[in-house]
Design a protein around this ligand. Structure first.
Ligand code: D5M
Ligand code: FE
Ligand code: ZN
Length: 476
């Protein structure tokens, strides 16, 4: 008998367990490197249920050849910014970025019937207006003067100031984000100005989401914050062991998506060191790797960075650099991607974005709050852009192409960052904010954010049904 097998048996016996003779044969087939973890896990799970005999069925799932391979696990990476980011510099860079944003969003708008009547802003300000004239551009400024709302819209040909008198249109205008792309039907006013007759945003169309042919589950998580004193290691370890458990849902999980903030990082906010358990980025990464590494090999894991992770801070972010986590980069079932990324899992399109800009959206939209991050994510889908506001809290890199435009309509839109689990369905797209594995920090207490940590989001890709699984103590 191999040494690892006998030591696994000794461990189980020492915990008061018996081992069925059939189970011995299975033990021989398990990868020796994983045997110690597996036996500990089985012992812990069975002890919880007060059962002290280890059967064949308790171990079968850990043998590679016993994994049900009729459950599809096809993945395509549709977009990953990692190798595309160029980091152009200075004013020129931002001019190109905004041109790119304009032309990509124009392409989306062109799918509307009204777009046939589009006129460049310069032609409007120079000449006469037709009965129906539409312009498109980015909202540069908005002023609310008593009963009149004033908008300034820019397109590559020029700039125009527009007035809104209609109460309903004013309401829509007041909910717009600065720098957001809009399409407007205009008319000339009696005293020479122009006013808004209709106001349209790009938005996503109503659609029926793609489905997986087999009942395959994807688990969505984010914001581990490994290295923080508030990282919930116990709950996270429970979650990872659940993935290897006999639970019928766990047996059908083939994808785990991690939406950023894997580690807490160093120097991310003032006096962060007081809240850190591990004071070195590489130590934090090593710890995260050690925990994530226990995810069984038949599950594909996709990881994007957040604002706490190493690498570039400005959006779009390339994947967490290889030097910080060689081990995960080298594992066959791990995919280190940039932020944002677009995946197709068994045909289902998933947009992953950490969610940095949600702070700006919540901060500048009346009626939105940190308690309902999915509502703020809805706003992003409507603007068809992941970081529509420029110059606030979200750093944006002066790329030549705007990779933050939501060019393709996702079936699932996955973000984190807010640390509050929230689900929503919008025009056929499932919106998920996947919470956190970090308990409330002093900063969050001070600004009144109540996180809902320790919960995993599970999506059945065949039906798009979604549910949560709580790994905190008070849940079971
Ligand atoms: O963000 C964790 C939570 O804290 C998330 O809800 C955003 C919020 N947050 C982060 N930074 C700020 C600032 N400067 N002001 C207000 N709220 C903030 P995390 O990315 O994990 O730090
Ligand atoms: Fe976070
Ligand atoms: Zn974050």
């Amino acid at each position: 008998m191999k040494e690892e097998v006998s030591s696994a048996i000794t461990y189980a016996l020492s915990k008061g367990f018996q081992i069925h003779p059939d189970a011995f044969k299975i033990l021989e087939k398990i990868d020796v490197k994983e045997l110690q973890n597996i036996i500990k896990q089985v012992v812990r799970e069975k002890a919880k249920q007060n059962m002290f005999l280890i059967n064949q069925s308790d171990l079968k799932m850990f043998v590679e050849s016993e994994i049900d391979d009729s459950i599809e696990n096809e993945h395509v990476i549709l977009f990953d910014p990692t190798k595309k980011v160029t980091s152009a510099e200075g004013i020129d860079g931002f001019t190109a970025l905004f041109r790119s944003r304009y032309s990509k969003l124009l392409k989306i708008m062109m799918q509307r019937s009204q777009s046939k009547k589009l006129t460049p802003i310069a032609n409007v300000t120079n000449g006469k207006l037709d009965e129906e004239t539409y312009i498109v551009g980015l909202l540069m400024d908005r002023r609310i003067d008593r009963d009149v709302t004033k908008l300034v819209i820019d397109d590559p040909s020029g700039s125009i100031e527009l007035l809104i008198f209609n109460k309903e249109i004013q309401e829509t205008a007041n909910s717009l984000l600065i720098d957001q792309f809009v399409m407007i039907s205009i008319a000339s006013g009696k005293n020479g100005g122009f006013f808004v007759k209709e106001l349209l945003v790009p938005d996503i169309p109503d659609h029926i989401a793609n489905r997986s042919k087999t009942e395959t589950y994807a688990v969505l998580i984010s914001d581990l914050h490994v290295g923080s004193k508030f990282f919930m290691e116990k709950e996270f370890t429970e979650f990872v062991s659940w993935l290897s458990s006999p639970d019928p849902v766990a047996r059908k999980v083939r994808f785990v998506l991690v939406g950023g903030d894997i580690i807490d990082g160093i120097g991310i906010f003032p006096n962060q060191d007081k809240e850190l358990l591990l004071l070195d980025v590489n130590e934090q990464m090593a710890k995260a790797t050690e925990l994530l590494d226990k995810i069984p090999k038949h599950i594909k894991v996709f990881i994007i960075p957040g604002n706490h992770d190493p690498g570039r801070r400005a959006l779009p972010q390339p994947a967490i650099p290889e030097k910080h986590n060689m081990h995960l980069w080298n594992r066959e079932n791990f995919f280190m991607l940039g932020n944002p990324s677009m995946l197709e899992l068994n045909g289902v399109k998933i947009l992953m974005f950490h969610g940095q800009s949600l702070d700006d959206v919540v901060g500048s939209t009346p009626g939105l709050s940190y308690a309902q991050p999915a509502k703020a994510m809805r706003v992003l889908l409507k603007t068809r852009h992941l970081s529509p506001i420029y110059g606030k809290r979200t750093p944006i890199a002066p790329e030549l192409e705007d990779f933050m435009v939501i060019s393709e309509v996702p079936d699932i839109f996955h973000s984190g960052h807010i640390h509050v689990v929230d689900l929503d369905m919008y025009k056929g797209t499932l919106i998920v904010n996947s919470g956190a594995w970090q308990s409330q920090t002093p900063f969050q207490t001070s600004v009144g954010i109540s996180p809902t940590p320790g919960i995993a989001i599970i999506v059945n890709l065949a039906t798009m049904k979604v549910f949560t699984k709580d790994f905190t103590e008070n849940s079971s």
